[in-house]
Ligand binder design. Sequence first.
Ligand SMILES: NC(=O)c1ccc[n+]([C@@H]2O[C@H](COP(=O)([O-])OP(=O)(O)OC[C@H]3O[C@@H](n4cnc5c(N)ncnc54)[C@H](OP(=O)(O)O)[C@@H]3O)[C@@H](O)[C@H]2O)c1
Length: 221
Amino acid sequence: MDVAVFGANGRTGRLIVAELARRGHAPLAITRRPVEVAGAAAHRVLDLSDTAAVREAAGGAAISALASSRGNRACSALAEALGPCSGLRLVTVAGAAVDAPGDRKPWPERRFGPLLARLVGEMILDRQREFAILTLAEARWTMLRPPRLTNGAATGRAALSFDRPVSGRVARADLAVAAVDALFDEELVRRAPFVAEARRGGGRPAAATADKALAPRAGSR
Ligand SMILES: NC(=O)c1ccc[n+]([C@@H]2O[C@H](COP(=O)([O-])OP(=O)(O)OC[C@H]3O[C@@H](n4cnc5c(N)ncnc54)[C@H](OP(=O)(O)O)[C@@H]3O)[C@@H](O)[C@H]2O)c1
């Protein structure tokens, strides 16, 4: 299957491209400058403000591992461009700091969340904006919300949850696997699960046993 990967040159983006290739898909690596991404079946350099080109590149399936930053609203720009695409299955990698209906985050996060938002404000605000756009979108989206990302090998212990993350970290390698799993999981459409590493011997694996019955579906479509 052809899958467009936005932010394919990023640390998680590269792992997503590799995971798609490993499963026999044809990843299209979309970057903002010419780079080689291992495992990509094709490459395209795109400016996210070119809505027509972004939609054309996304085709029917896309994963975003873009990061926003000060003065760079990459994530909400992509959501704005792709939101109206009713035929599109879209998975976006965001962060646990994004708030969604049904969240029951533990008190330190509720208490320090606003402080964090002030420190890395624009980044989080843009992700929150992205979520708001997606809740009204025609595209069939899933937003993954990982806590702190770590490097290193996959643990196979990433767990999905819908009210709070099961821990404070997840490996980018596990997140990449969860992002590709999510693309093919219809039960995650219009949902924004947390993805975090379950403690050894505890928790539940991501795709198979997450308690999806508890997941609030955002938007009315
Ligand atoms: N770091 C953490 O602990 C943490 C925790 C939770 C969630 N997250 C989120 O997880 C996601 C993946 O994180 P990561 O650390 O793997 O990201 P990363 O390595 O920083 O990669 C982000 C990618 O986004 C691309 N990008 C940024 N602005 C762009 C623009 N305007 N147009 C096109 N491409 C643009 C970058 O392109 P270039 O390669 O050209 O720079 C880069 O490839 C991000 O959304 C991040 O916010 C991170």
